[in-house]
Design a protein around this ligand. Structure first.
Ligand code: RP5
Length: 163
């Protein structure tokens, strides 16, 4: 199976970004985590992005806050799909990172999840890899069915409290 690279702009991002790794772990998808900054170590970001395809990665998740150029900088240097996680910071609550991550020029997309939406970045990476991996697709469909069952059980339970 192809691996997922999870890159974050700072070690201070790790608490939020870990939720993406937790999802990948749950589905048995191999991943590698890195701390690399588009601004503080651009050469290393280039190295990771330009070699990711030949190194066995299928998707790259990139998380950053503030002037969040990490996902876009990676997307510009790889043909692999890139998922961006904009992270909240104290001054602008993540709107800065959201706009910096999502507003990519035509031809170089970053699939941007919600502010701090690390779990969905993990799920989206699973879905992308599952397109060419039928066992993974079955696991993902099972997860979706379980989600539905949980909501319907909650609906039944609360419905029983109706008067
Ligand atoms: C971004 O700046 C990082 O992704 C982080 O969210 C934010 C602050 O980084 P630190 O100053 O905590 O390293 O590049």
């Amino acid at each position: 199976m192809k691996k997922v690279a999870i890159v974050m702009g700072s070690s201070s991002d790790a608490g939020t970004v870990k939720k993406a790794a937790d999802v990948l772990k749950r589905f048995g998808v191999p991943y590698e985590m890195r701390v690399l900054s588009a601004h503080r170590c651009p050469a290393q970001v280039s190295e990771l992005a330009s070699s990711a395809e030949q190194n066995g990665f299928g998707v790259i998740i990139a998380a950053a806050g503030m002037a969040a150029h990490l996902a876009g900088a990676i997307a510009g240097q790889t043909p692999l799909p890139v998922i961006g996680i904009p992270l909240s910071s104290s001054n602008l609550d993540g709107m800065d990172a959201l706009l910096a991550t999502v507003q990519m020029p035509s031809g170089v997309p970053v699939a941007t999840v919600a502010i701090n939406g690390a779990a969905n970045a993990g799920y989206l990476a699973v879905q992308i890899l599952a397109v060419s991996d039928s066992a993974l697709m079955e696991k993902y469909k099972q997860f979706r069915a379980e989600q539905t069952e949980k909501v319907l059980a909650a609906d039944k339970e609360i419905g029983e409290q109706s008067v």
